[in-house]
Design a protein around this ligand. Structure first.
Ligand code: GAL
Length: 456
């Protein structure tokens, strides 16, 4: 029988992504802990034990990932553990991360290490955080310390996660610590993150010239609302500010922000690859009453999938749009450093995975150099301001932070089959998303009989 399979290139990296504060537990010396203590998270929740990775449960979770055929994993280093006080470095904390890298290697998994994923040590935060230019040099020192230790086992480094999300959520919308609402500070933070990235890039390359260094850039899809004329302009402004400015600065050394251009020549060319974090599509509707929302609105899905109220529409095909844009703009290899959705019942995750990976495959077939895909995330974890809000469960596995019990979702199996086969096949589509097979891949539903996957 003739059947199809969407094959991925040899050596393609398949894995999941996590971040220290979201999974480690007992992180009590950073800005997020203070934010939790101040009651700023959903229902005044605290991250608590999270997934207890600091207590060693990363071992069992890495086992789960390896058993499912993942050949890579992205995780982050918690700065406040490595340098709990200014210039005091904690060797035992470092050893923990050395063991994590070794644990991945033992399982045949490639580590991708993030050096800054939203959390700052308290001493940094209390000294002005990323508005203070001193933080740039301090970050570089932290990066050098970590890379000196971990370089033997690590090839892929991600300096900073989502600089524009960090800058806007913390300093414009006030949803993340330090909860500021200032455009001026938002710009300062973006600039300092860019300078810090450039320094970190050079430091890593100095220590290990073979290292491959990039950063994870969050991109959003934007659909202009009615009237199109006005909203196309608004879309352009948001796209340039949120999606383009930082990426262009990595190319050119010029950070072009709305009505403010900053020259950061040392940033030009400081990336070997670019990471794409992609989640949502928003409707752009210019409205004088809501300037603080940057014209962003929840868009009603037509070809997308409805997500929780507070987020945008889930439109997996946006991956193609962003891979194309990043590829054309930078010419660099691309890793999908995050892609996923909040879906506690796993009702739409299998469909999401099929659509997302069909989109990535399509981009690869247009010769865009996509090198790997990291699903967000391996196990349900502490979702920043949403805390443990039951609607915001992103994991291939569920995780109860009270009991630490893991529950395997059907998506874990689907994704595992894809990783193991290095392909998405018609047979998987038929078994995991039978109701959508014909619409996604015309003709597939009339091929062999549908058998549902066993429920975990
Ligand atoms: C990203 C962030 C992750 C995770 C994810 C899901 O912006 O990097 O840490 O929270 O969103 O919302």
């Amino acid at each position: 029988m003739v059947d199809f399979s969407l094959g991925f290139p040899a050596g393609f990296l398949w894995g999941a992504a996590t971040a220290a504060h979201q999974v480690e537990g007992n992180n009590t010396n950073n800005n997020w802990h203070a934010w939790e203590e101040a009651g700023r998270v959903f229902r005044q929740q605290r991250s608590g034990l999270a997934c207890d990775w600091w207590g060693g449960r990363y071992v069992e979770d890495f086992d789960r990932a390896a058993a499912l055929g993942h050949n890579a994993h992205r995780f982050s280093i918690e700065w406040s553990r490595i340098e709990p006080e200014r210039a005091r470095f904690d060797g035992a904390a470092m050893d923990h991360y050395v063991r994590m890298v070794a644990a991945l290697r033992e399982r045949g998994m490639e580590p991708l290490i993030t050096l800054h994923h939203f959390s700052n040590p308290l001493w940094i935060e209390n000294d002005g955080g990323w508005t203070n230019p001193e933080t740039i040099r301090r970050f570089e020192r932290f990066v050098r310390t970590v890379v000196e230790e971990l370089a033997p086992g690590v090839r892929l480094w991600c300096t900073i996660n989502e600089p524009m999300i960090y800058a806007t959520q913390g300093y414009l919308f006030g949803h993340f610590p330090p909860g500021r609402r200032s455009l001026r500070e938002t710009f300062t933070v973006a600039e300092n993150l860019l300078r810090a990235h450039a320094r970190a890039y050079n430091a890593i390359k100095e220590i290990d010239p073979a290292a491959q260094v990039g950063l994870a850039k969050h991109q959003i899809s934007l659909k202009p609302g009615f009237p199109a004329l006005v909203n196309r302009r608004a879309r352009r402004i948001v796209w340039d500010f949120f999606n383009a400015a930082f990426v262009d600065a990595l190319q050119t050394g010029t950070l072009a922000l709305p009505r403010r251009t900053v020259e950061v020549p040392e940033a030009a060319g400081t990336f070997d690859w670019i990471g794409l974090n992609y989640y949502y599509r928003f409707l752009i509707r210019f409205h004088l009453l809501y300037p603080q929302r940057l014209f962003l609105h929840q868009s009603r899905p037509r070809d997308g999938i409805q997500g929780p109220e507070s987020v945008g529409e889930i439109w997996p095909e946006g991956l193609f749009e962003h891979i194309k844009w990043l590829g054309d703009r930078t010419g660099k290899p691309i890793y999908i450093t995050e892609s996923g959705l909040p879906d506690p019942d796993d009702a739409i995750r299998p469909l999401f995975l099929v659509r997302a990976l069909r989109s990535v495959w399509q981009a690869i077939n247009f010769n865009y150099p996509v090198k790997g895909y990291f699903f967000w995330t391996l196990v349900d974890n502490f979702e920043w301001s949403e805390g443990y809000d039951p609607r915001f469960r992103f994991g291939l596995f569920g995780c109860d932070p009270e009991t630490q019990a893991r529950t395997r979702r059907p998506s874990a199996d689907l994704y595992g089959e894809i990783c193991a086969a290095n392909a998405l096949t018609a047979d998987m589509v038929r078994r995991y998303v039978p109701d959508h097979a014909g619409e996604l891949f015309p003709g597939v539903d009339v091929l062999p009989e549908v058998t549902l996957p066993p429920r975990a």
